[in-house]
Design a protein around this ligand. Sequence first.
Ligand SMILES: Nc1ncnc2c1ncn2[C@@H]1O[C@H](COP(=O)(O)OP(=O)(O)OP(=O)(O)O)[C@@H](O)[C@H]1O
Length: 291
Amino acid sequence: MIKVEGLTKRFTPFQGVFEVNLEVGRGEVLGFIGPNGAGKSTTIRHLMGYLQQDAGRAEINGHDCWKEPVAAKARLGYLPGEIGFPQGISARTFLRMQGELRGHPDPTRRYELVERLRLRLDTPIGKMSKGMKQKLAIIATFMTDPEVVILDEPASGLDPLMQDELIALLVEAKRAGTTILLSSHIFEEVEAVADRISIIRDGRIVSHQTMDSVRAALRTTLRVTFTEDVAASSFPGFAVEQAGPRALVFRPRGDTGEIVTSLARHPVADVETERQSFRDYFREAYRGEAA
Ligand SMILES: Nc1ncnc2c1ncn2[C@@H]1O[C@H](COP(=O)(O)OP(=O)(O)OP(=O)(O)O)[C@@H](O)[C@H]1O
């Protein structure tokens, strides 16, 4: 499992990460989300043992990531946000070398992944497109069937079909009991696989939520159109916005019964209900509005 406690790294008084806490239990998937520059990669670099914290700690499977990086990373698959590949060799050679180095010389699993992600193995890495390199990194991450996986924006550069394939891979890994920390800007990806999400802004965790509680909190709105002009002020005490001279949008705080009763006094033409989607929640989280 992954545990980050009180992790603090001050690049400047306002840049870095400050008292970050994260926990990903065995077989659990944590979506780690937040706007650009919020501190996701910095947190992950501590888990990889690349950065030494000023305070707090990061551990994987009970091993301190800074003091015991080899033990911490023993069964780990890591997909970095920025990948530096050796340039002069083919993808085939790179994967074979990685398999041998990491004690997985049997090529069966990696060929299966190569097939699924449709990667041409004989292209020299230096001549690969961004998306091809990303596929190569995904294959290298999953080919050893790691127990713990840390992914920093894994869908970066992938076309929509390959993003779907990546989601399928993540769902399978989760079913197989893999512990996954997923930093992602792609709401479909987080929605499909995360059990919980942690939101980071300006280097600080602002919210930990289970996906079940996020789903339960997604609000329903009622869009009502009238046959004549009706002002929002006709509905005191309701959360309601004017959406046009003859249209209002209600945001029910609970039971919609009272709204319907009040509406009966007005010439209603149509009522449409709309459920807020996880996409909207994701946007609010980025803007700093999500709970
Ligand atoms: N080595 C460094 N030295 C100084 N400042 C840094 C360093 N690395 C990151 N930062 C700063 O720390 C903050 C967090 O950056 P980080 O890369 O962790 O963000 P992120 O959440 O991964 O963003 P993105 O979504 O854009 O990848 C930013 O203000 C960044 O400029």
